[in-house]
Design a protein around this ligand. Structure first.
Ligand code: ARG
Length: 474
C-alpha cells in the first residue's frame, strides 16, 4: 500500500470503487476492518490544520516547479472552497474516506477533478498527520498558557485586595502559623506561572516542521522544506525524516504539562471545597458557581471545584494512554499512532474548561475575613512567635525556647484561652524574665506582619509579589 496512490489517475473513490489507496486491492475491506480503521469521527477536528498544511505544500510545489502554476491555483481555490464548506457545515464528512486527509482530498477531487491528485506529490499521510497534529498541539499549548495567565490575573486581583487579610496557614492541615489570604493565593500564581512556562517550553521544542518527510525517507522531488516550515510558522524543518513521522513526544510533553497543571488545579479546587464548607466558612461562592441539592434545600454545592478536582484523572489518564501507545513502537510510522488524537483532544478539552471555570470561580469568591482572622488565631498559631521572642529578647537557645513555649501552650490549653489571653503572671511562672513586651508578638496580625523575609507572608512582601507579577504579565 502506498500513500502516494492518489497521484495515479483515479475516480473520487480511488478508481476501484474502493478506498483511495485501493489500486492494488481487488476486494473491499471487511466492514469490521473499516470500523476499526476509520478516524474521521475524531480527526475531523484537524481540518483547519490539514488545510493549512495543504496550502503551504501546494504553494511550495508551485514555486519549486514541481506542479504547474495553473494546477496549483486550481488546488488552492478548491481548498478554499472546502474550508468554506466546513465552516458552513455543508462539508460531507464520510467514513469511507477514513480520515480527515482523505476526506479533504476526495472532496477536492469532486470539486476540481483529477488535478486534485497532484496535491499529494512529495507528501504522505504520514508527514501530513504529523504536521496537522503538531499544529493542533502547538495551538493547544498556546491556548493553555493564555488561559493560565488569565487565571493568574484573577488570583492576583484577589491577592491585591486581601494582601493583609489573615487566615491560618496549615501544615498537615493543622493550624501552623498565621498567613494572609493574599499570600495563599499568590502561592498558586507561582505554580500556574511555572505551568504556563512549561507550555511555552514545550511549544518551543515542538516547533519544527515534519512536512516533506513524506512516508518516512524523504522525497525525490526538489521540495523546499524550509519554505513550508516558514509558511506554517515553524522555526525550521525537522532534521530526520524517520523521526519526523515517528515522533509524538511533543504531544507527550504537552500532556505532561497538562497533567502537572491539572494537579495544581485540583489542589486549589480541593481548598475551595474545604473553604466553602460551613465548618471552615472561609469563602463564599455566588449562585453562579454553585449548585443546589434536589432534596436538601439548605445546600450550596461547589460542583465546579469538585469537577476540576476530578478532571486530573482524565488528563493524567490521557498522558498514560499515549505513553503506552508509543512505548515499544518500531520506527517509523505505525497505525497505532492514530490513537494519539482522542486522548490528546480529551485532555485539552478538560484542561481548558477547568482553567476557564477556575478563573471564573476565583473571581467569584468572597472571603469571610472575620471568620478567617478568628481561625488564624486559633490553635495557638503564634506559638512560634512566642519562642522567637524568647530567643531574640532573652537570648535563649531555640530548643529551650521551644520547651518554654510548650509549657505556655499547655497552660493556655488548661485555662481554655489563647496565648495572647494568658496573664503575664502565668507566663512569668514559666519563665520569670518574660515581660509584657511579649504581647506585641502574640496576635496573628503581628505574627504575619513580622514575616518580612523575601517571599514571606508579611503584607508588604505579598504586595511586592503582586506588583512583580503585574509587571511580568504586563
Ligand atoms: N489517520 C492516520 C493517523 O491518524 C493518518 C496517517 C495514516 N497513514 C498511513 N500510512 N496509513 O495516523
Amino acid at each position: 500500500m502506498t500513500d502516494n496512490a492518489s497521484d495515479k489517475p483515479q475516480t473520487a473513490t480511488g478508481g476501484q470503487g474502493q478506498a483511495m489507496w485501493g489500486g492494488r486491492f481487488s476486494a473491499k475491506p471487511a466492514e469490521l476492518m473499516q470500523a476499526i480503521n476509520v478516524s474521521i469521527g475524531f480527526d475531523k477536528r484537524l481540518w483547519a490544520q490539514d488545510l493549512a498544511g495543504s496550502r503551504a505544500h501546494a504553494r511550495m510545489l508551485i514555486s519549486q516547479g514541481v506542479i504547474a502554476s495553473a494546477d496549483g491555483e486550481e488546488i488552492l481555490k478548491g481548498l478554499e472552497a472546502i474550508g468554506a464548506e466546513i465552516v458552513a457545515g455543508t462539508f460531507p464528512f464520510r467514513d469511507e474516506y477514513e480520515d480527515i486527509h482523505m476526506n479533504i482530498e476526495a472532496r477536492l477531487r469532486e470539486l476540481i477533478g483529477p488535478v486534485a491528485g497532484r496535491l499529494h506529490t512529495a507528501r504522505s499521510r504520514n508527514d501530513q498527520v504529523a504536521v496537522d497534529f503538531r499544529l493542533w498541539v502547538r495551538e493547544a499549548c498556546e491556548r493553555s498558557a493564555g488561559q493560565l495567565e488569565a487565571l493568574q490575573r484573577a488570583l492576583i486581583a484577589q491577592a491585591d485586595v486581601y494582601a493583609d487579610a489573615l487566615m491560618p496557614g496549615f501544615t498537615h492541615l493543622q493550624p501552623a502559623q498565621p498567613v494572609t489570604f493574599g499570600h495563599h493565593l499568590m502561592a498558586y500564581v507561582e505554580m500556574f506561572g511555572r505551568d504556563a512556562s512549561r507550555f511555552r517550553d514545550a511549544r518551543a521544542r515542538m516547533n519544527e516542521c515534519p512536512l516533506g518527510a513524506a512516508a518516512l525517507a524523504g522525497s525525490p522531488f526538489p521540495i523546499d522544506r524550509h519554505a513550508t516550515a516558514a509558511t506554517l510558522g515553524f522555526d525550521r524543518p525537522t532534521a530526520n525524516s524517520l523521526d519526523s513521522v515517528s515522533a509524538r513526544d511533543f504531544a507527550l510533553e504537552a500532556l505532561s504539562a497538562a497533567s502537572i497543571t491539572a494537579t495544581h488545579l485540583s489542589r486549589l479546587a480541593e481548598e475551595i471545597v474545604l473553604w466553602t464548607t460551613p465548618m471552615f466558612g472561609f469563602i463564599k461562592l455566588t449562585d453562579a458557581f454553585t449548585t443546589g441539592s434536589s432534596i436538601m434545600p439548605q445546600k450550596k454545592n461547589p460542583d465546579a471545584a469538585e469537577l476540576i478536582r476530578a478532571k486530573v484523572g482524565r488528563i493524567l489518564g490521557s498522558l498514560t494512554t499515549l505513553t503506552v501507545v508509543m512505548k515499544g513502537l518500531p520506527l517509523a510510522y505505525s497505525k497505532d499512532m492514530q490513537e494519539d488524537k482522542v486522548p490528546t483532544f480529551e485532555a485539552f478539552d478538560a484542561l481548558e474548561l477547568s482553567l476557564l471555570a477556575m478563573a471564573g470561580m476565583v473571581a467569584d469568591l468572597t472571603p469571610n475575613t472575620d471568620k478567617m482572622a478568628a481561625a488564624a488565631g486559633a490553635g495557638f498559631s503564634t506559638a512560634t512567635d512566642l519562642a522567637d521572642w524568647l530567643v531574640r529578647t532573652l537570648n535563649m537557645p531555640f530548643r529551650d525556647a521551644h520547651h518554654v513555649t510548650g509549657s505556655a501552650v499547655k497552660a493556655a490549653e488548661i485555662k481554655g484561652v489563647d496565648l495572647a489571653e494568658l496573664a503575664l503572671a502565668d507566663l512569668q511562672a514559666i519563665e520569670p524574665r518574660i515581660t509584657s513586651d511579649i504581647y506585641s508578638v502574640l496576635t496573628p496580625a503581628a505574627s504575619a506582619a513580622s514575616r518580612i523575609s523575601y517571599g514571606g507572608t508579611a503584607p508588604a512582601q505579598v504586595r511586592a509579589q503582586v506588583a512583580r507579577w503585574k509587571e511580568l504579565l504586563g
